[in-house]
Design a protein around this ligand. Structure first.
Ligand code: FAD
Ligand code: AMP
Length: 478
């Protein structure tokens, strides 16, 4: 007899594992299918995010920042050090220990909540049946009342730079370098390219980023992307915009990359090359021909605003469906789907998903940019507060960047919060909370903020929207 569950989730990334835990918490008999094995060949839950994405990249960003600060940032505090060195295998090893702890934590949460873990490859058949193929090749058919597809995404490969995970690596390979490459190339100035480029640049690599577009971080507010480009360039990152990679040739331990830019054909030699040109949805062998689940024109599983697919009772969430490829978007979609399976009226506010780039300075935003609002014909008031005027930022010797708040000129409702600078991600989250509750800039301005905090910059930017900032000269007069 085949096993039967109320909910079967395929994929245990932040979309799938959160959905599975929530489903079990709501009293649904739940199984989660996952096939990913770690380097030791053991099943590892947590998906891209915990194994080769958000967490390992942040572990390396934090380690490399400490190294960079110890080397370059301590003198100003009167601290002197003897030679500062980095043991790369130890740094990478620390990262792997954190990953192990977290993926093991998901396994414990599954146990504690009564989620059944099924190891193997899941494939949706017609009639909400799922074929589970175990690592040993055994096949089992599982029945479900509801199926949630959460198979995630994988790096995009481009023919001009085929990944060999030695000299030419993808984001996963770039988390495993055992020594600092002297000359490091990065294709793609997206979030992943900038974060991984930063890690190795802080450790001493000479980093060149080749980006096909002429615009830097086009999704960010223009004021933020301009500031970011200026700062990263000052930090030594060589960011070449309008540079489209057309080919590469590996010669032993180096790679010659050809690209075209405004000046014509160019070439440049690196010791390692990271290909970070985006990610694509994973649907390989996920859907039987008669499953009835449709894909959209870009190869994502087609879903509506509630993550329901073209088959009743089958849902899809996270990177395998339209929208931002972010862990928190995947998780919240999982929660929404499970709540709706239980008959609750859940929905997601797709307009308020924060985006973060964990470089230094950190970059984060929520809501719309000034350019988008202007293009939409919305009249806005803008308040900006530089960290250079923040006592807390001065104390921390971290004064680059600013907070920018954009509010509707008619209603004063906050429409966008954009931060480049220390703790940008945490500050933007405060903006997101305010926006979720329909806050005006004046509302934020009237709140009491602890002193001295970086959050005061958010307060002051909100005051500046209507010309009331205290610690800077207001551009707008009241
Ligand atoms: P995934 O995490 O990709 O998980 C899908 C899982 O499904 C995988 O474990 C896979 O093995 C499994 N699977 C697939 N098909 C099958 C099948 N047929 N049967 C069984 N199992 C299957 N996002 C952020 O929000 N913040 C960050 O800081 C951040 N940093 C990142 C850094 C890097 C280097 C990368 C690569 C990504 C980063 N992301 C970040 C993006 C984030 O990792 C993804 O958005 C997130 O993991 C998507 O979650 P998911 O559950 O949809 O899919
Ligand atoms: P993201 O999708 O945010 O991860 O960013 C990936 C980036 O890679 C985008 O900004 C693309 O413009 C860039 N890109 C894609 N293909 C190439 C290429 N052949 N050469 C240079 N940049 C590229």
């Amino acid at each position: 007899m085949s096993q039967k569950f109320d909910v079967v989730v395929i994929g245990a990334g932040p979309g799938g594992y959160v959905a599975a835990i929530k489903a079990a918490q709501l009293g649904l008999k739940t199984a989660c299918i996952e096939k990913y094995q770690d380097k030791e060949g053991k099943l590892a839950l947590g998906g891209t995010c915990l194994n080769v994405g958000c967490i390992p990249s942040k572990a390396l960003l934090d380690s490399s920042w400490k190294f960079y600060e110890a080397k370059n940032g301590f003198g100003v505090h009167g601290i002197s050090t003897s030679e500062v060195t980095i043991d790369v295998p130890a740094m990478v090893g620390r990262k792997s220990t954190i990953v192990k702890g977290l993926t093991g934590g998901v396994a414990s949460l599954f146990k504690a909540n009564g989620v059944t873990t099924l190891q193997g490859h899941g494939k949706l058949l017609a009639g909400k049946k799922v074929e589970l193929t175990g690592a040993d090749g055994t096949v089992e058919i599982i029945e479900a009342d509801h199926v949630i597809l959460a198979s995630g995404s994988r790096p995009i490969d481009i023919p001009p730079a085929p990944v060999d995970q030695k000299v030419i690596v993808d984001s996963t390979g770039a988390l495993e370098f055992q020594q600092v490459p002297q000359r490091l190339g990065v294709i793609g100035a997206g979030v992943i390219g900038l974060e991984l480029g930063s890690v190795w640049a802080r450790l001493g690599a000479q980093v060149t980023v080749l980006e096909a577009l002429d615009k830097f971080i086009p999704a960010a507010d223009e004021a933020v992307s301009k500031e970011a480009l200026k700062t990263f360039t000052k930090q030594g990152l060589d960011i070449k915009l309008g540079a489209r990679v057309t080919g590469s040739k590996v010669n032993g331990e180096e790679v010659v990359v050809s690209y075209t830019d405004a000046a014509g054909e160019q070439s440049i030699t690196f010791d390692r090359l990271i290909v970070a040109v985006g990610r694509r949805p994973v649907t390989t062998d996920l859907l039987a021909a008669d499953s009835g689940v449709d894909l959209d024109e870009r190869g994502f599983i087609y879903v509506d605003d509630y993550c329901t697919t073209s088959v009743p009772g089958v849902y899809a969430i996270g990177d395998v469906v339209r929208g931002l490829m972010l862990a928190h978007k995947a998780s919240e979609e999982g929660i929404m789907v499970v709540e709706r399976i239980k008959g609750h009226k859940a929905q997601m506010n797709y307009n308020l998903i924060p985006s973060v780039i964990y470089t230094h300075p950190e970059i984060a935003w929520v809501g719309k940019t000034e350019q988008t609002l202007k293009n939409e014909g919305v009249e806005v008031n803008v308040g900006t507060f530089p960290f250079a005027a923040s006592g807390r930022a001065m104390a921390a010797n971290d004064t680059g960047g600013f907070v920018k708040i954009i509010a509707d000129a008619k209603t004063d409702r906050v429409l966008g919060v954009h931060v480049i600078g220390p703790s940008a991600a945490e500050l933007v989250q405060q903006g997101a909370i305010a926006m979720e509750f329909g806050s005006s800039a004046e509302d934020i301005g009237m709140m009491v903020f602890s002193h001295p905090t970086l959050s005061e910059a958010l307060h002051e930017a909100a005051l500046a929207v209507n010309g009331g900032a205290i610690h800077i000269q207001n551009r707008k007069k009241r």
